[in-house]
Design a protein around this ligand. Structure first.
Ligand SMILES: [Zn+2]
Length: 492
């Protein structure tokens, strides 16, 4: 019906078809349905959907049942669930580094980034930022490697945490080192700021039979101390490293994956991935009102509702390209679900042409949606077009200095070279209105304007339709930070 209608309208085909699609989306995605998804996922009974909690398992089942009801196929061996191996790691009780005769203690100077309990001694060796080349030209065998946190081009501590540190640990391991210490010498990053983040219970990925990480510490900035000069000058400085009291505990976690096969015989080989994380941070301290549940209505029941809306629409109206719908687990623990997925994709990443992610901390402008990564990708035309019928405008990320792009699952795709954007509810600044709800107990469903939220979801679905219909999928723009990864991906 739709095809016939569109092919007959020769005069203004794209305009009229566009109107038809927007109308279909409006009819299909009702405000009540979007509201119902969010109210269910963000209810107090779901206890903030923490990774490893039974409530997050209920949320996963709910999402799978919506996928199924709307005719999606299971994305992974015809089931909807991808097991994600994660474990809870308690912080160490003690950790200490002694360099020459100078000691640095846990919480005051030292943070444990990774690796288990340890007690070792050896010679320190400096590798700069610790790139593959740095390791190539330095003898690190049997030594404790010292590097600077991050890399020459890393501008945020998230990127250092998520990308640089794991790579360095693997390199150090490969080159026979016994431990790794990164010096926190990054502009704008303080030890105290990181201490709260790293010195608490964490959830990390852990594959069966995986080699454990080398003991890996982050150390207060000591770049102006004489011992650092001695290490840099290769004066065979020696010392000890000790970590104890770390305990681990396995958790259950699942990505939920559905699929709608493409209807175009050629384009169906190209996979578009539509994503949103469905976990949040669980239950924490009571606030002044006695509320301890972090409901996460905005973050990210809202984005999950947009994903479910897309699943409903495409379930009835398959696109030319094949679409995978993925609800990610453990995003709040450091993008773990998407990290696992992009390391274990159900369709080759080389065939994965684009990722459209829905996530956000809230909104403070109900006339817009905010797109993280619009400036990196050739997506602007579709985004403008997708929002217009629903009375919204798509704006570019107003706070690039926060690097929010690296703060959600789109980043896992980007760092593998796959063009990706995050479609966030409208904000013009990270102001008080946002902070009132962002990772706070009052982020309740009833504080949302569901008319706006439904229009956000509709624009998201329409954007997905427009991307899926493009002759050539959205591309990276020249000069973006992910160009090298994109080249490597295509060379595979
Ligand atoms: Zn989020």
């Amino acid at each position: 019906m739709k095809k016939w209608y569109c092919s007959l309208v020769f005069a203004f085909p794209s305009l009229l078809c566009a109107q038809k699609t927007a109308q279909d989306i409006s009819t299909d995605i009702s405000t009540h349905e979007v509201q119902a998804h969010i109210e269910f996922l963000a209810s107090d009974e779901m206890r903030g959907r923490d990774t490893g909690s039974p409530e997050l398992e209920i949320a996963a089942n709910y999402i799978a049942s919506v996928f199924k009801r709307n005719g999606l196929k299971g994305g992974i061996n015809s089931t909807f669930f991808q097991h994600v191996p994660v474990q809870r790691v308690t912080p160490p009780i003690n950790a200490e580094v002694t360099i020459d005769k100078q000691s640095f203690a846990l919480r005051q100077d030292v943070l444990v980034y990774g690796g288990g309990n340890a007690s070792l001694s050896g010679e320190f060796v400096y590798v700069g930022y610790g790139t593959a080349e740095d390791f190539e030209k330095t003898n690190t065998k049997g030594k404790i490697v010292v590097s600077l946190l991050g890399s020459q081009s890393t501008k945020s501590v998230q990127a250092a945490y998520l990308t640089d540190s794991p790579v360095k640990n693997t390199l150090a391991q490969k080159h026979g080192a016994i431990a790794l210490i990164e010096i926190i010498a990054m502009p704008g990053v303080t030890f105290e700021g990181l201490s709260n983040f790293l010195n608490r219970e964490r959830v990390v990925l852990k594959q069966e039979n995986e080699k454990p990480m080398l003991p890996h510490l982050w150390l207060r900035n000591i770049t102006d101390l004489p011992i650092m000069a001695a290490i840099k000058e290769n004066k065979k400085t020696r010392g000890n490293l000790r970590v104890n009291g770390i305990a681990t505990h396995k958790l259950t976690a699942r990505n939920v994956i559905g699929m709608v096969e493409g209807k175009d015989p050629l384009l169906k080989k190209e996979i578009m991935v539509i994503t949103a994380h469905y976990d949040h941070v669980g239950v924490g301290k009571k606030n002044a009102e006695g509320d301890s549940i972090f409901n996460g209505a905005r973050d990210n029941a809202l984005g999950t509702a947009a994903l479910l809306s897309a699943a409903k629409y495409f379930g009835k109206n398959p696109a030319p390209r094949t679409i995978l719908f993925i609800a990610f687990t453990a995003e709040e623990k450091g993008l773990l679900g998407s990290k696992w997925y992009t390391d274990h994709p159900v369709a080759a990443l080389r065939e994965t042409v684009f990722n459209l992610n829905a996530d956000g901390g809230g909104y403070n402008d109900k006339t817009i949606v905010t797109i993280n990564g619009m400036e990196y990708t050739t997506t602007e035309e579709e985004l403008v077009k997708a929002c217009q019928p629903f009375g919204l405008k798509a704006i570019i990320d107003p706070v690039p200095q926060y690097n929010l792009y690296a703060g959600s699952d789109n980043y896992s795709f980007a760092t593998k070279g796959v063009p990706a954007i995050n479609f966030a509810p409208g904000f013009r600044a990270f102001d008080e209105e946002i902070m009132k709800y962002y990772h706070q107990q009052p982020d309740h469903a009833e504080t949302l304007d569901f008319e706006y939220v439904a229009n956000y979801a509709r624009s998201f679905v329409y954007a997905a339709v427009l991307f899926s219909e493009r002759a050539k999928a959205p591309q990276w723009k020249p000069g973006v930070p992910f160009e090298e990864q994109a080249k490597q991906l295509q060379a595979k």
